[in-house]
Design a protein around this ligand. Sequence first.
Ligand code: CA
Length: 221
Amino acid sequence: MRILIVEDDKRVARFVVKGLNENAYTTSWATGCSEANDLLSEGDYDMIVLDLGLPDGDGLDLLREWRRCGFNEPVLILSARDRLEDRINGLNLGADDYLPKPFSFEELLARVRSQLRRSSKTKQTVMEHRGIRMDLLGHTVTFEGRGIDLTNREFALLEALLQNHGRVLTRTQIGEKIWDAHYDMQTNLIDVYIRKLRKNLGDHHEPPLIKTVRGVGYSMP
Ligand code: CA
């Protein structure tokens, strides 16, 4: 599951990103309106956490624009504006939830989960392929009926591979999906995680579940 955080306060953003990552969500962070729109035009997100007071505009205008363009995923407003009329305004413009600052991360997480649960009723959240069964909401993976323990990064990596099975994912694509813009392409972290993932799956298939495409990336045939 991929969440976009639109927040100009670095401290708040880091706190939210770190917490969501620790709970196996993949995150992207935008510090303002134009960056948010850039990220949204480049990728798919399952949910947006939106601050209202942004340096280059108002989050409510962003929200109005997104809804007008047909963006249907849940939007949770996270804002210091906590007057009743602010909340009503936000909800009327198409927000799904409104959490005033200051907030506890546990409450944010509970609300994120609840929104994703609701929206996932119309979406595929269980993926099955070649004996692997991945439940994105329950955060569980089984392989040939056996439960597999994965770290959050391994989980996100497997999710990306499964969602694109039959296609090759380049190392750059994997880096962007799993590590956002923070991935240093000079490192071999991706290969390390692929190795761990293969080991954890205990793959004995021929052809293997995760195929190395030399010089390009990986695929799940
Ligand atoms: Ca702000």
